[in-house]
Design a protein around this ligand. Sequence first.
Ligand code: FAD
Length: 508
Amino acid sequence: MRGQLDRVSDTVSSRPFPPGWYPVVVVGSGPGGLQTSYFLSRLGVEHAVLSADDGPGGMFRRFPLFERLISWTHPSADVPRGSREFEAHDQNSLIADDPDLGALVLDQIGEDHRRPARDEMASGLRAFAERASVGVRYGCRWESTRRDEDELVLVTSDGEYRCTVAIFAVGMTEPWVPPIPGLELGMHYVHVSSAPDRYEDRRVVIVGKRNSAFEVGEAIVRSGLRELTLVSPRPPDLARLARSPLRPWYLTPYDEHVRGAPGRYVLNASVERIERRGQEFLLHALDPTRPESVVVEVDDVVAATGFRAPLQDLPELGVTTVLDGRLPALTPFWESVTVPGVYFAGNVTQAAQGLRKHGVASVSSMVCGFRYNARILARHVAETVFGIRLGRPRIEPANVVPYLLGELTRAPELTMQKGYLARVLGIDAEAGIRNLGILPLEVFVDGSHDGVAATLEFDADETIRPVVYMRRRGVLNETALPPHPLRRYEDAEYGEPLDALVRPLLPS
Ligand SMILES: Cc1cc2nc3c(=O)[nH]c(=O)nc-3n(C[C@H](O)[C@H](O)[C@H](O)COP(=O)(O)OP(=O)(O)OC[C@H]3O[C@@H](n4cnc5c(N)ncnc54)[C@H](O)[C@@H]3O)c2cc1C
């Protein structure tokens, strides 16, 4: 395994990681690739990082197109900057064991706002790559993949890379367009022009009602367009904001539609087809409440219909996909369910959905979620593939309850990845109580060892509650504790019931 000095010299050399054999190859220099490389290095796992880009930052070198990020970075907090607790105040920075490497987006963000602009986010990621000495071979495109006995072979624009484990942090920014006749006449979100006068005095229809649709809509409303219609079958889920990806600050077009502003329409209808008529387009949509199709005449059609991961030929290698081929099917540790040794990091980890209780999704599609997945993934690969022994500290029985309540109150992993990640303690008559770390909750629930897993969950009413899962003599139980208005769980109101729950499990 390489030392820190080698990594620094790789970083300064213009093109580290020439083609050849590496235990692990990471593809991608977005936040997912950078975060994964950082944790692999901390564990001493030798690896190469390849990227088609010219520098670090990934998607944030290009998207979001118009607006600030949807994730927060709050400068003022009651905990030290760079501490573990501060991570909950800053959803955008990558995380590190060294406090000086944490919260780097905070240095970039303007004083008058709390959500970074795209270029501020990209600068924060660049600062992380430089200060953490994350070496990347830029300008190197992975083109195809094959298996050669026990090795994976990644064929790239620079030559062949052989490895035991490949980790693809390739993002999910390729246009995905559903098979609607004529939709190809429009342009996808990723190709929308950001020229301020491009949509002035024009009639625009946006197909889609997710965040990217409202983000484009909000931006082009400001550019002076004449008419804006958003259309897709399902209504925007505004009543359940905690679990909806929609963010209120993009919703001016919706607000104006609800209040009846002329030329602002949000239709719950499925698009049948789009056809060209002279200089304009006719969009035909089926509104289930009306006997005939609604026809909208427009000058421009924008498909904000979502994205797919650029999986190249991985499906031919045997990687099973989900969601119409947009994402790989993954195990809870983000390995392909069908091709061992092929792992995914970054926002592709959203494909491992976890328990999804009450329909609540993880935030693995965002930096604040997948930065924690990256640490777990690196530990999992280091231990299970390369045999690196990881510490599992012992906890005294008397400390279990205060420790778990402290984690429920302050652990950023639990605050961010609700119902998806959990603090897990293993309990064994001989080994005693061991801290197994932060793990996917699904791993504990589907496992067989006795122990306890503490997590935070949204209940059916979107109220945040601590939830404790326990397995004793192979039988799993789950207990939701009451919510607290200030989300503080360290007093007797929580200590006593938690003590009563876990006491039968603890060695006397
Ligand atoms: C419009 C939009 C807005 C978003 N807003 C937010 C937000 O506000 N906050 C947030 O946390 N998340 C946001 N996201 C989610 C966002 O995608 C992730 O947070 C983040 O960028 C994903 O990081 P990643 O490293 O997984 O992928 P990316 O950032 O997409 O990076 C992928 C990397 O893989 C490389 N790559 C891909 N294919 C190849 C290849 N064949 N060979 C070599 N290299 C390759 C790319 O060059 C790039 O370096 C948004 C997404 C979209 C689409």
